[in-house]
Design a protein around this ligand. Sequence first.
Ligand code: NAD
Length: 430
Amino acid sequence: MLHQASPKNPLSYIDPQPDSPWQTYLAQVDRVLPYLGDLARWGETLRRPKRALIVDVPIEMDDGTVQHFEGYRVQHNLSRGPGKGGVRYHPQVTLEEVMALSAWMTVKNAAVGLPFGGAKGGIRVEPSRLSRKELERLTRRYTSEIGIIIGPQQDIPAPDVNTNAQIMAWMMDTYSMNIGGTATGVVTGKPVQLGGSLGRVKATGRGVFVTGREAARRINLPLEGARVAVQGFGNVGSTAAELFAQAGAKLVAVQDHTGALQSEQGLDVAALQAHVLQHGGVAGFKGGQAIAADDFWSVACDILIPAALEGQVTEARARQTTARLVLEGANGPTLPGADDILAERGVLVVPDVICNAGGVTVSYFEWVQDFSSFFWSEDEINARLDKILGGAFLHIWDTADRLKVSLRTAAFVVACERVLEARAERGLYP
Ligand code: NAD
């Protein structure tokens, strides 16, 4: 007899806060359980992170004071392989958010068929307020603290919001120093000199493009001339915008934490990327018309790409958008109520767990290359990425068609079957 979900208990970390990413994830699990047949008896596995580590990260600041930051590493499920998922530095990071992000990694890795479980990490910090040296000390101390549960065969971190190849290099070096060797496979998204993979930096945005292209074809939406609106112009959003522009689409609106812009003729993506690199955001870019942040959601477009943070597509915004296709570059950008409204309005949503899986797919290639110390060309990487993601999309599309459900529920069905089959086959220890 399986243990049932506990009644609402304010002291239990698995009980969700209203409208939190963890609650969104649990609502998604509820929708999938009826499709899992006998495997549903293992369903509680999906609702409980396997392991959640909270760490204190004290560092010496440049002025000699000591500051403490709160860090997390959550391993949601390890049934199909080592944990895999990024590390986020953001002032709003919470344990619950990291739990949800780790659970989505479980689903994502299984939906694509990668041999990984799901994990995620984060530190509650505003990294732009730290000097480079402070950021390095923060990263090294955090890595040491979570060092008891990460490793090339245990759990492999990667970049996420506000973390990048340099931070992965410090993580790899710290872990290596602690074990007395060079463990390149402990993180992915590293610089190429340190065992990183060609094509990793743009892989997530490329995956958004690949799955978006496949979805657009199936709803007869030509990319040539398509109007694209992108929220978040960082690693994922700017690369997706670049690839859609290369395919003939127009970037008609963009919004980030600094401001929002629109242009009916289309924004010059390369010029905007250069501006963001120099100024830290899209605000002040002269090649478009500045608009209020909230007006971004009503700019006429065909494709909407939320590529910033969770919970951005609310019910009101789901009613506002004119897009026919929503590509979830971000993790968890659509609230469950908004998902229903988009479905009622006939808007196709390509869910995060497949749409933004390009990054972890190339992270998988990086991990494999590190083990074999044999590196592939960028063309090889991009071709393999296209094949794996295109194939995963097709399987999920066919599942959605067969079960008459959304792509999200179909992706969860495919993924949760794989996770729970592995769970059932491994059995319970002891
Ligand atoms: P990033 O730090 O490079 O960019 C984040 C972007 O979001 C920036 O443009 C920032 O201005 C914007 N943003 C932040 N707060 C905002 C707000 N309140 N309103 C509007 N815009 C805001 O991060 P990224 O790596 O591009 O990640 C973006 C999303 O994609 C996240 O949800 C992340 O989990 C997801 N993701 C990233 C990867 C990856 O490989 N980097 C992989 C899968 C999913």
